[in-house]
Design a protein around this ligand. Structure first.
Ligand code: HEC
Length: 203
């Protein structure tokens, strides 16, 4: 996201897909003005209005709001898969900067937080994003390199399959989780339970 707005508008115009999407939404090609509107709309998806199945289940409004698979996914999220160590708080981010292993100096060159602070402890650290409405905001990660939630979970299951020699990776990520097929499925299903129902209705 660390991009000049003129360059962002140019890249959108160069993309056939985005040109079509902007035309559909705003009846014109991408411009500075409609990009600002689109970004504001995206930002609104990051906040919740409390209508997600997970909220209803947590607030004892509806004990059937989460499927059994989603409940298992929630347990994994909180415990074995360690997601909650970084994605905590009402919007599932503690607003910290952490390194999940996506910097290796060779193929993956974005130094993340380091570029701001010049502190070598910050090499490869990125802001932990919130996970509200996460099923609606593909692609994922700072560079959009992961297309689906399934791919994100594959990444967390074994980051070394994606980046062989990560630099300064968080100590809790060093041992790969090596999740089973069903555990991966449960985690993906759980992430879907964070979508506000009002968002589904809008679609
Ligand atoms: C060590 C801290 C840490 C742990 C543990 C962790 N995450 Fe993350 N997560 C991050 C950071 C930092 C990013 C952003 C990385 C980037 O932008 O490249 C991220 C990104 C994501 C994204 C993409 C969000 C987006 O909008 O692009 C999802 C989904 C996600 N994490 C889910 C999970 C799940 C599920 C788990 C557990 C299996 C988990 N995370 C464990 C720190 C963590």
């Amino acid at each position: 996201m660390n991009l000049k707005i003129e360059e962002a508008v140019k890249r959108l115009n160069d993309s056939e897909l985005y040109s079509i999407l902007f035309l559909k939404l705003y009846a014109e090609e991408p411009t500075k003005e409609n990009l600002v509107i689109a970004l504001a709309e995206f930002q609104r998806t990051l906040e919740s209005d409390g209508s997600a199945p997970h909220d209803k289940w947590m607030n004892d409004e509806d004990s059937a709001a989460l499927s059994i698979s989603q409940q298992r996914g929630r347990e994994l999220f909180l415990d074995k898969a360690k997601c909650f160590d970084c994605h905590f708080g009402p919007d599932f981010t503690g607003d910290e900067f952490r390194n999940i292993g996506t910097y290796d100096e060779k193929q993956y060159k974005d130094k993340g937080r380091f570029d701001e602070t010049k502190d070598s402890n910050d090499l490869g650290k990125f802001k932990v994003p919130g996970l509200r409405n996460i099923a609606l905001t593909a692609p994922y990660m700072h560079d959009g390199s992961l297309e689906t939630l399934e791919e994100v979970i594959e990444y967390y299951s074994d980051p070394y399959m994606f980046v062989e020699t990560p630099i300064n990776m968080d100590s809790i990520m060093i041992t790969p989780l090596r999740l089973t097929y069903h555990e991966k499925e449960d985690l993906v299903n759980f992430l879907h339970s964070l979508t506000d129902e009002t968002r589904y209705k809008q679609r």
